[in-house]
Each structure stands twice: as structure tokens, then as C-alpha cells.
Design a protein around this ligand. Structure first.
Ligand code: ZN
Length: 183
């Protein structure tokens, strides 16, 4: 995506998470950072009006609109190991990290370079004592988020394949890249 373009991510059927990562197209060592975003936005719940910051403290993306309003930036993208460790799964299991790594390799980005994803529509609840739990998404069919690129970026986007994150079933995620956005 070029600076000034908008990414629209659509939950077509509802209750489907989409993990998103972003890298500076001209310096792939610069990428979205949950820690920096929490620092500068002073919240862990990111929605309309919030920026997603990079690991070198630049604004990379801005959330222009978010019809659902619940996203997560705490948890790492699910991986083969997630299913083995948390679910005692045996054999191959599709995963966000696997999908991101496979497709970002084309851009010279290795699996080890992939940061914690911004997990669109993911509903992670946080208790006052710090305990976290993954709940079904609150997103309904047609909910969407619009994200403005504040620099030229390479975006990785998945439809998550972790049962607990998606109310037990896997659905498609749609996206569009918009040159203009007028609310
Ligand atoms: Zn996932």
C-alpha cells in the first residue's frame, strides 16, 4: 500500500478474526509494535482515531473507522506451536503465523521478523487481576475496519484459524484497498 491509501478489512459472515502486520516498504526492519502503540496511545484497546506505531516510534497506520470496535494487540499470531502447546493438537494445523510467513517471504520477510499482529475483530478480555481470556468476536456480518497507511507499507493479512478465537468455525475475511475514503 502507498502512503495515503486505505485498507478496508471486512468480516463478511461475522465472528471472524483477521491478524494484520505491517512493515515499512522501504525499511523492512521497521514494523508495527504493540509496545510502542500502547506507550503512545495510552490504551490497549485500539479503535477509531487510534494510531498504530512502529518499533522506531513512527506513526504507521491510523484507524479511520471501526464499526465493531473490539480488536486485540496483545496476543501473538497463532502458530503451529500454539495448537501443539495449548490444544495438544497433533499434525499440521493452519495458522496465522504460517500464512503470514509463507506469503511475506516473497517480500524478503522471514518468519522470525514477523511481530505481534494487530488482531482485527479479536475479543480478548482482560480482568483487573491481569488474567486474560479469548472470547468469541463481537463482530457481525458486514462489520469492517478502515486503516489509513501513513507511510508506504507491506501489509500481511490473514483469516485466523484458531478455533477459540473465531467462535469455533473458520470464515473468510475480505479486504479492499481504497485510494480515497470519505466518511
Ligand atoms: Zn490466528
Amino acid at each position: 500500500m502507498q502512503k495515503g491509501q486505505y485498507l478496508k478489512v471486512i468480516d463478511v459472515q461475522g465472528q471472524q478474526v483477521s491478524d494484520m502486520v505491517a512493515f515499512n516498504k522501504h525499511n523492512k526492519k521497521e514494523k508495527i509494535s504493540a509496545g510502542k502503540t500502547f506507550d503512545f496511545e495510552e490504551t490497549i484497546l485500539l479503535t477509531t482515531g487510534n494510531f498504530l506505531w512502529s518499533n522506531t516510534s513512527n506513526k504507521m497506520l491510523k484507524i479511520s473507522e471501526d464499526t465493531n470496535g473490539r480488536n486485540d494487540f496483545l496476543l501473538a499470531p497463532c502458530s503451529q506451536e500454539t495448537f501443539e502447546i495449548m490444544y495438544a493438537h497433533q499434525g499440521h494445523h493452519p495458522s496465522c503465523l504460517g500464512n503470514l510467513a509463507k506469503n511475506l517471504k516473497f517480500y524478503g520477510i522471514e518468519q522470525e521478523d514477523i511481530p505481534s499482529a494487530f488482531n482485527i475483530f479479536m475479543n480478548v478480555q482482560i480482568r483487573a487481576d491481569g488474567k486474560i481470556s479469548v472470547q468469541p468476536p463481537t463482530s457481525c456480518a458486514g462489520d469492517y475496519i478502515i486503516i489509513e497507511a501513513l507511510m508506504d507499507v507491506i501489509i500481511g493479512l490473514t483469516a485466523c484459524s484458531a478455533e477459540d478465537s473465531n467462535a469455533g468455525s473458520f470464515k473468510p475475511i475480505h479486504y479492499e484497498i481504497l485510494d480515497q475514503y470519505l466518511k
